[in-house]
Design a protein. Sequence first.
Length: 717
Amino acid sequence: KIKEKKDWVISVLWDNAGVGRFDNDHYYVITGETHNSPSNMEAYGGAITGIVGIYRDPMGTGKGSKLILGMYGYCVGHRDYQGDLTPHLHPRRLLDGIIEGVRDGGNKSGIPTPFGLLLFDQSYTGKCLVFVTTMGIMPARIGAESSDKKTTVPGDLIIMSGGRVGKDGIHGVTAASETYSEHTPAGHVQIGDPYTQKKMHDFLNEARDEELISYITDNGGGGLSSSVGESARFSNGCIVELEKVPLKYEGLDQWEIWISESQERMTIAVKPEHLDRFMELSQRHSVESTVIGEYTDSGFLHLLYKGKTCAYIRMDLLESDFPQWEFDAEWIPPETRGLTEPVISEPADHGTLLNSMLSRTNICDRSWIAKQYDHEVQGTSVIKPLVGKKRDIPSDAAVIRPILDSEKGIAVSQALNPFYSKIDTYHMTAATIDEAVRKVLAVGGDPDHLGGVDNFCWPTIEYDPVDNPDGKYKAAQLTRSCLALKDYCLEYGIPLLSGKDSMYIDGNLEGPFGERRKVSGLPTLLFTVSSVIREITKCVSMDAKFPGDIVYILGKTRNELGGSELYQMMNYVGLNVPKVDAKALWPQYLALHRAMSEDLVSSCHAVSRGGLAVHFALVAMAGELGIEIDLPLFPGSAGLAPSQTLYSESCGRFIITVDPRKKELFEDIFTGMNMEKVGTITESPLLIIRSYNGEPIIEEDIFRLKDSWKRPFGELI
């Protein structure tokens, strides 16, 4: 439905990644996935193969794209974990290895990494989550054809380029589809080599431009069995001589050669008349390429080893009559599960509370991670991962300029809100989509050009009375999440360009008495939003810019602290989870985009985890300027306690600053909407929030707040 209305959507669902139109001459490519199981087993190896593996998806989309961006998202146990259960790797060691793996995979490949997320929760000690996302760009046409088109025909040669095949990665996808335990084999973790892949990337882009490639795809899950099997569907058959496949070492059985997931390999269809030139380019770039077979129209996938048949399978068997997974789902409303709103009196010291909130590990400074990743390579960075006067406050989104002689850019951001899953995964999903959308809009993204990537990570949903007695409830959680994904993507007009699911985020960990205990991760959705920006000169960052600027809040605050950071700090869950009223919010988002397009906005920041108090502090800290605001002016504050107004995580809200000379033009755009002037930017470095009686409820030096924000990981910065 959405694709029909969005003429910029080029390709969804059938290829390795989604494709959208960047401009008349270029398409952009985007996809994401997870590498949880291998990272949980061997953090560095799992993470580096995760990021270089996802890079190959755009390389194998259409006729192949140039890589322009990588992103990450990590969900792990607490770094200071000292619990009774013994994970395979302590969360601190695990996180350090993951960070290093993604760093080497991106930096050594020459691909910028301008955005990422990190989230801590005890539930991820069973199995960590490692999300990796990437984008590419390619010419809109290769010769006379659209670059997203590819096919194989009888007579095309099957070529494997890049790395060699070994025993590493065998049954990688199989191991990923199981609960982690001490029996999970280490051999399923692949060995990554970003330098080899970088050379292959450059070679294949050159071969594409010379129109030498008929079809290209990567060797990911299943290795050659997937890449050759899938591409042979177009010609309706193939013949492969397995002894010609280059090996890392001797001793592999034929089936191991066929399904190994060894890294840095692509499968390419090349016409015989193009073979010599293809091989010449391959040699020039020091990339190994080998003809291993030929596409046919025999109707069979035929595997040979030294002249003897290893497999002879009908092509129609490979692409039809797949069994559909059926499962039982049983939803239990949060009230039935005993969730209620806690009874909490107003804090006596809101200043100390704000400092404590800023020190929470899911809010505090994580720049020590971002600073390890090269975001300037390729020279395309516009809005950087860290912004502000000292460039140490995280941006809402990244903006890059992939074509350097163009004024167009791409904004991209992500969101994670798994704590809302404890109450209702429908509203968790809605809030996650809304947050990712707002982050992109906050830097100048176009609401008419929002592309989505959904990446689900879910605990096992198969019911078992012993091993998974709540499987039906987890299945219902997934069902409600999928319903929300559909509902809100339709409401916001977001086509899902790509997606991925990982359905077994559970681990069996050893307890102090030798027993095994199952630990299931929270139902988690990482949602990515991308947007083409017409003029990068219109982009806006989140830091306060000038003393005297007027401060506005766009969006209404409600009593929605369920699953919030404040409640977690107090060891509560709550009931009032943030809800998204898309029909009411969308006109506000359109108005914000208009205001930005007319250069009326000095700064803009999407309010998310922690609520308004936390995000006012971030805006002030970024600009190293003060903010004076009046709490009674906040939209929706009437009838709410100060703590509810300050720390509610209601969706749909922005903090905006505006030059007072543009005040009337700005306010006219938002007539009749939930937008209020609440204060001003000051030169004095104080965050002052006055309560209903006119007295300051918070009066904090922003440098003290910044110290609280930086302190938790200070030794790592």
